[in-house]
Design a protein around this ligand. Structure first.
Ligand SMILES: Cc1cc2nc3c(=O)[nH]c(=O)nc-3n(C[C@H](O)[C@H](O)[C@H](O)COP(=O)(O)OP(=O)(O)OC[C@H]3O[C@@H](n4cnc5c(N)ncnc54)[C@H](O)[C@@H]3O)c2cc1C
Length: 492
């Protein structure tokens, strides 16, 4: 190997870190890549656990699945011999009078039919004026357009929560992002239906056991993956990056890719720049918990339970309608659980500052199989106003790169794309150039989060990259002004 290879450290072996290592690992003559991961396994929040009880069952207890548009994820998996299992998404919203589903007509759909019809026009307007609506929370827009509370709380918010896992922050999700769920060709999950609201049970996929998948991938990357090695301090000086692990060992690198959460970056970076503090400090994290259980009674009490059909269940808290809880019937979703006679549910409780209204204590203790805490960021309008547009100004400064789903949207696909993008900026090739959709999504990410075209030259992407540079700053300025007025009127 040449001795002048670039020494690169990737902090974190979640989806984004593994994707970055994969792309850089293809060029061993140029890069000496090291991944330091604080946990004992790769995959980050893509975890697999044993389920207590008969049958020796395992489940993915964090990340569960995705849509066929996750082309980068699917390509990466295929490289290592992994594939997914298709599932048709069946969702049960509400309970009793407020029940509705994406596969049958219910009295609630009939009752709200006029608003459902009108909502299509609102979505198109939001989409056309995205520049403005990116700053406006969906709850505010629905208020402006005179939608009923029932339509907001029983239909729009639960659906948004389902897609983005935003739970209790759902009313604050940017309206532009909600419109994209329905109208963006690449992101669209549901087709809006002017009569039934959702017209179909879209095809999704379930991941194979993710622990095993990430174990295999990380062992075949051809790069050093150090598990149980936590980064505790990063100092950037004299054109180098000095990194300390939890045992006090120091190593010097040429470049560092942070593939961990934004909170950790700010904790370990000893000299964060002003922009790093602003952009990363603006990512808001919440403590959430998932409880995996076999409590049919709990499910019957809080959801409209169609045991052999639904995968997702969403309930709106009757005492505070802005709060949501979600459950999954893993046995209808994960292929390895389908043929068993056990019904394995998982309920997620979001934002522990509201735990006084959680129904977690109602789950029969004897029927709980596994509990795990998570720290997740939320997609409020502030995320899109003060983090996403600033990321491009951070990338590559002081030999430091940032990837991870928090840089844009909390999905596995964005995590993978973000890792490939960081590697690409360091000189790796984009690994799936023949997959048109995969490449398009990668190039869009590159343009927004790195401010760079995939190919510099006389092309539209280059033009866009130049045009977007001042625009993003103006955008942030406008957002600050907007926030100022919100605060002035006591709305923030
Ligand atoms: C409960 C849950 C369910 C989800 N379900 C889905 C789903 O079904 N479909 C979907 O598309 N998306 C889902 N997501 C979102 C998406 O999968 C994640 O956003 C994505 O996998 C995150 O990958 P990442 O690399 O950005 O971060 P992470 O997976 O969080 O990886 C970061 C890694 O950095 C490591 N690390 C942190 N600090 C240090 C340090 N100091 N030193 C070394 N290592 C460190 C961590 O241990 C971790 O392994 C879910 C997320 C959660 C939390």
């Amino acid at each position: 190997m040449p001795t002048n290879r670039k020494q690169v450290l990737i902090v974190g072996a979640g989806a984004s870190g593994i994707a970055a290592a994969y792309a850089l690992g293809k060029l061993p003559e140029k890069f000496d890549v090291h991944v330091w991961e604080k946990c004992g396994q790769a995959g980050g929040v893509a975890t697999t656990e044993k389920i207590e009880g008969p049958g020796d069952l395992i489940m993915n207890d964090g990340v569960q699945g995705g849509c066929p548009t996750y082309r980068n994820t699917l390509n990466l998996m295929a490289e290592f011999g992994y594939s997914t299992t298709p599932v048709h998404m069946m969702i049960s919203f509400g309970k009793g009078q407020t029940a509705w589903t994406n596969y049958s007509k219910t009295p609630l759909i009939d009752k709200l039919k006029d608003e459902i019809k009108r909502f299509g026009g609102t979505l198109r307007l939001i989409n056309k004026l995205e520049f403005f609506f990116i700053f406006v929370p969906i709850s505010q827009v629905l208020k402006w357009f005179g939608y009923s509370k029932q339509f907001c709380y029983e239909m729009v918010f639960p659906l948004t929560a389902l897609f983005f896992g935003t739970g209790n922050q759902t009313p604050n999700v940017s309206a532009a992002i909600v419109a994209r769920v329905f109208l963006d060709d690449d992101l669209r999950l549901f087709d809006y239906d002017s009569e039934c609201f959702l017209s179909q049970s879209p095809e999704m996929f379930a991941f194979p056991p993710l622990k095993h998948m990430y174990e295999t991938i990380s062992s075949k990357l051809g790069v050093d993956v150090d598990l149980r090695r936590e980064v505790t301090s990063v100092i950037r000086k004299e054109d180098k990056v000095f990194v300390l692990d939890a045992l006090g060992n120091e190593k010097v690198f040429d470049e560092i890719i942070f593939a961990c959460d934004a909170e950790t970056v700010l904790k370990v970076l000893k000299d964060p720049t002003y922009l790093e503090r602003k952009a990363l400090g603006n990512v808001h994290y919440y403590n959430d918990v998932t409880v995996t259980h076999e409590d049919d009674e709990y499910m019957e009490k809080h959801y409209e339970l169609h045991k052999d059909v639904d995968q997702y269940f969403i309930r709106t808290d009757p005492t505070d309608q802005s709060k949501l809880e979600m459950s999954f019937n893993l046995s209808n979703y994960q292929p390895q659980l389908k043929s068993t006679d056990r019904y394995i549910y998982q309920t997620i409780f979001l934002d522990d500052s509201t735990k006084n209204i959680w129904t977690m204590n109602e789950i029969n203790q004897g029927k709980i199989r596994f509990t795990r805490w998570w720290r997740q960021f939320s997609h409020t309008w502030r995320h899109f106003a003060f983090t996403v547009p600033l990321m491009r100004y951070l990338q590559g400064e002081k030999h430091t790169w940032f990837c991870g789903s928090y840089t844009l949207i909390n999905t596995h696909e964005i995590a993978i794309i973000s890792g490939l993008a960081a590697a690409f900026r360091l000189g790796a090739s984009y690994p799936f150039p023949n997959d048109k959709l995969a490449r398009k999504q990668f190039e869009q990410y590159l343009l927004v989060i790195h401010g760079k075209p995939a190919k510099l030259g006389c092309n539209l992407a280059t033009l866009k990259s130049f045009a977007l540079a001042p625009f993003m700053m103006i955008f942030v300025g406008f957002a600050l002004l907007f926030q100022f007025f919100l605060r002035l009127f006591g709305k923030d």
